[in-house]
Design a protein around this ligand. Sequence first.
Ligand SMILES: Cc1ncc(COP(=O)(O)O)c(C=O)c1O
Length: 356
Amino acid sequence: MSFFRPTVDTLRAYVPGRQPPLGAQMIKLNTNENPYPPSPKALEALRALDPDELRRYPHPLGDEFRSAAASVVGVDPSWVLAGNGSDDLLTILVRATAGPGRPVVYPTPTYVLYRTLADIQDAPVVEVPFTDDFALPVERLVDARGAVTFVANPNSPSGTATSPQRLGELAAALDGLLVVDEAYAAFADQDALALLDAHRNVVLLRTLSKSHALAGLRLGFAIAHPAVLDGLVKVKDSYNVDAVAARVGAAAILDTAHTARIVTRIQGNRTRLAAGLQRLGCRVWPSQANFVLVRPPGGDAAHVYRELEQRGILVRYFDEPALAEMLRITVGTRLEQDTLMETLESILPPPGQTGR
Ligand SMILES: Cc1ncc(COP(=O)(O)O)c(C=O)c1O
């Protein structure tokens, strides 16, 4: 006997990357966190929090954060909806749009949560493979006729990006919503903000987890036409952004100078990481995000993953056929990267000694 819906009984639940306890002697390059501290202004806001803010319910739309985010992005606050991380907004989007006969569509490989959310909602899923070089299969995505189509851009785990022009073509051809998940857009050359002017069906998702070093705070936001956000608000939890997140997140997002500094450092470290990995004989996909997709020489990624883990370095291995030979490695500090390189050198065969 089960207490649950059949869907839940058979659900392949999302498995988050491993989170060792704080203080564990590990180099953590597995969940694309920012290796640098959040804005000092955010920490100041946290310390200055009035206890009354905790006693009372927060604003249902996290208004303080919403206004701050809108001013930084350059839109009216009515175009912004805050969430408990962008995962919350993904849940809200699927809940509002998908269901039996209303498909969820996305290119693969990508963020695995899209599938889990569709499954929970009993919605059909259409997965359209990226081409080998991760070009977006626009025509096939259109043909799948999604009630909602997700494109992570830059994509995870590839780190590759599709141009806003191409995304515009997709938006124009779709009847349903196009959600451009821009969790990593701060690290990229371009974002898709301009699409909102021409396409009423586009929703952009941003998060403070990566570029703002606040994954633990749980704060993200959607940017879309107010008419679209009206529909989403109907199905969200009443208080999906807590008082602490709204206050600290507002201070963080307004500190654009701090964000620009740490993002620039990460972009520099990314170039250095990719070059180092290539020197060791790895194939590295061109990344616009704060991680790189890597094929170690010989392609035994599972082995390399385990060896790194034993030596205290966590990277991400996805146990699925399309990614079986690859690792996703978060861009860390230079010191973390030096340790990673030394460790990889001791694990990998010297370049030239594999059948690559
Ligand atoms: C593509 C993508 N979207 C969304 C998220 C979730 O971000 P958040 O921490 O805002 O929930 C992640 C996290 O890894 C991600 O990779």
